[in-house]
Design a protein around this ligand. Structure first.
Ligand SMILES: [Fe+2]
Length: 346
């Protein structure tokens, strides 16, 4: 509320001054309230915040000088004009350094009061407008950045899918891993924001394979040590590719560590147990199940029952036992073959 409809609180221990200012300012269309002490002023502000306070410096009890910082802290959008005797103008100037907009000297020249009130309210209006504009701009910039990031992520995810789709053996792998990982995260009772991060990490976990040579990626037989080292680099490369576009460390770490084993024998960092981020521990189980139940050029797809038995066996070695148990509970509740069709979170 600004302009002539603005609410003004007049704080002065002298009735006559409050009445004088009140009459003049009400006559100009302002809505005036009065308080005869600092305590009453705070009560009034609590009940009805004012756009402007005219505050007497000298009052019995708590003075205007003491009240000013309290008003500026609790009601930062309220403009304050100090009222003072001519002999105390140096105190009034100190008050302006603490956030008061102006000061008026007693006895008042009512025209000057009107002018000062008008100026203070106009300055307040401009400051609020400016702040809203800044907020709006920040919001717009953030929304734009989000849009750019989302379209970047969309493009990179599409690229990952396209790479998978070129090979019938890995087609749909990221999607399958994501669905299982999300179901495990839900079973573990994780909050939705973490589940969402795990979903994104699942979709992107093998993005680093973009950098792997196709001849190695699709090699039908056993990989040589050199080729295996080359493939292993994909989890680190995935983190590097995503770092400029994914700010969230939990997603980046889940991608980097999705081949760490619970006993410390995995890669790239040989992390052990709880050192491995939870998102990655979930992805390891989901990744293993999806891989085991998918056909490969060098072997048939494993049955769901056999794959679950492998996960049971790998508890504490490859898999976090808590995560593996959550998965096995889910598997037990569902038709084995439909485990890949677990419901997606909303
Ligand atoms: Fe991988």
């Amino acid at each position: 509320m600004t302009g002539k409809q603005a609410r003004i609180l007049i704080v002065d221990d002298e009735d006559i001054i409050r009445r004088l200012l009140g009459q003049r300012l009400s006559g100009e269309g302002y809505r005036c309230q009065e308080a005869s002490s600092a305590e009453q002023a705070l009560e009034e502000l609590r009940a009805r915040p004012a756009e402007l306070v005219i505050l007497d410096i000298k009052m019995p009890g708590k003075s205007g000088v003491d009240l000013l910082p309290q008003i500026k802290t609790s009601y930062p959008d309220t403009a304050v004009i100090m009222a003072t005797a001519i002999t105390d103008t140096h105190i009034a100037i100190q008050c302006m350094k603490q956030g008061a907009y102006d000061y008026l000297t007693k006895p008042f020249n009512l025209d000057e009061v009107s002018l000062s009130v008008g100026r203070a309210l106009e300055k307040r209006r401009l400051e609020l407008e400016n702040r809203d504009y800044q907020r709006h701009l920040e919001h717009k910039v953030k929304a734009q950045a989000r849009k750019i990031r989302d379209s970047f992520l969309g493009a990179i995810t599409a690229l990952a899918y396209a790479l998978e789709a070129r090979d019938k053996y890995t087609s749909g792998h990221s999607q399958g891993v994501t669905e299982i990982a999300v179901a495990i995260a839900k079973e573990l009772g994780l909050p939705w924001d973490r589940i969402d991060r795990i979903r994104l990490a699942g979709l992107l976990h093998d993005i680093g394979k973009i950098g792997a040579r196709e001849s190695v990626l699709n090699k039908p037989g056993k990989l040589t040590d050199g080729e295996f080292q080359h493939i292993k680099y994909h989890s680190e490369l995935g983190e590097h590719i995503l770092t400029p576009i994914v700010e969230d460390k939990e997603i980046l770490k889940a991608v980097r560590h999705h081949h760490e084993y619970y006993d410390g024998s995995g890669y790239p960092d040989g992390l052990k147990g709880e050192q491995i981020p939870l998102g990655a521990r979930i992805l390891v189980v989901a990744d293993a199940y999806d891989a085991m139940t998918s056909e490969r050029p060098y072997r048939e797809a494993m049955s769901a029952e056999m794959a679950c038995a492998e996960i049971e066996r790998g508890k504490g070695i490859q898999f976090d036992p808590t995560v593996a148990d959550a998965f096995l509970r889910l598997a037990g509740q569902r038709d084995w073959l439909k485990i890949k069709e677990m419901p997606r979170c909303p």
